[in-house]
Design a binder for this molecule. Structure first.
Ligand SMILES: Cc1cc(Cn2cc(-c3c(Cl)cnc4nc(-c5cn(C)nc5C)[nH]c34)cn2)no1
Length: 287
């Protein structure tokens, strides 16, 4: 198996700390190398003082570590281990060689259809794996996706919750763009634990990959209204197949959203996921 032999107990002295890779709400991420094996990883440092100010965020980080440690999928960033000292919690994470996806998206403006299709196919595979383990991501957005050295994407955020509404406030002050209608409407919260919420966000992600901005991007009030009505327009230059898939994911009724298996078999995905396409052509008898 590709997992390095890792000891059960880690401590900071085991690592040489390299350059800062990024910072988030509660800490920073550094490039790091494990001294004895030379294993390169990303060390996420979270300050307990800052976590304790949040509403039970530290308990949430603990639970997310629990979830993340048990996941192994090529499109999900690995968590190899964690440790803490008096002031900080350290997460030993897989290093994603090409960094944060949203930076690539902002730099390129939007992705060509073949690249967006590869990314959506990888997201669908990762979400299928998560849903089979009854993990609902609920926070799919470019900011929570990293890019590996071979250009493959890796879902990297720990904001995952299993069946329980995660109490992260950032959704309220962070972007509303990715929230599905059932999560912005008050009233019954039982839909919050339905994995179909990730299908809506996958549709928003696909739109943003192709168009360069989110489908309901507006003032917060208007975004709220437009999500609740699934009120979006897809530019006419987006291909017919891509439009079809976006429309089958951004459906108000969670039960009517296209299941992940059908996303993976959608003509837009098949057409652009070269391996499948070439294989399909190879099998066609030459006329
Ligand atoms: C705290 C905090 C910061 C962040 C956001 N963030 C994630 C990373 C990161 C991780 Cl976790 C893993 N591998 C990474 N590789 C990069 C990277 C690679 N290149 C060439 N450039 C960068 C940047 N960043 C990685 C950094 N910040 N979440 O919580």
């Amino acid at each position: 198996n590709d997992q390095p032999l890792v000891p059960k107990q880690f401590h900071l002295g085991m690592f040489e700390i390299g350059r800062p890779l990024g910072k988030g709400k509660f800490g920073r991420v550094y490039l790091a190398r494990e001294r004895t094996t030379g294993f390169i990883c990303a060390l996420k440092v979270l300050y307990k003082s800052e976590l304790q100010q949040g509403t039970g965020v530290e308990k949430q980080v603990r639970r997310e570590i629990e979830i993340q440690s048990n996941l192994r999928h090529p499109n999900i960033l690995k968590l190899y281990g964690h440790f803490h000292d008096s002031k900080r919690i350290f997460l030993i994470l897989e290093f994603a060689g090409k960094g944060e996806l949203y930076k690539h998206l902002r730099r390129e403006g939007r992705f060509p259809e073949w690249k967006a299709a590869q990314y959506i196919a990888q997201m669908a595979a990762a979400l299928k794996y998560l849903h089979r383990k009854h993990v609902i991501h609920r926070d799919i957005k470019p900011e929570n996706i990293l890019v590996g050295i071979h250009g493959e994407i890796k879902i990297s955020d720990f904001g995952w919750s299993v069946h329980a509404p995660n109490n992260r406030r950032n959704t309220l002050c962070g972007t509303l763009d990715y929230l599905p209608p059932e999560m912005i409407k008050s009233g019954s919260k039982d839909n919050w634990y339905n994995e179909k919420v990730d299908l809506w966000s996958l549709g928003v992600l696909m739109y943003e990959f192709l168009v360069g901005e989110a489908p309901f991007e507006d003032t917060p009030i208007m975004t709220h209204k437009r999500i609740a009505r699934a009120d979006m327009t897809i530019p006419e230059w987006v291909s017919k197949d891509a439009k079809d898939l976006i429309k089958k994911l951004l459906v108000l009724d969670p039960e009517k959203r296209l299941p992940l298996e059908e996303v993976q078999n959608h003509p837009w995905i098949i057409k652009h996921c070269v391996k499948g396409e070439r294989a399909a052509n190879r099998e066609k008898p030459v006329k």
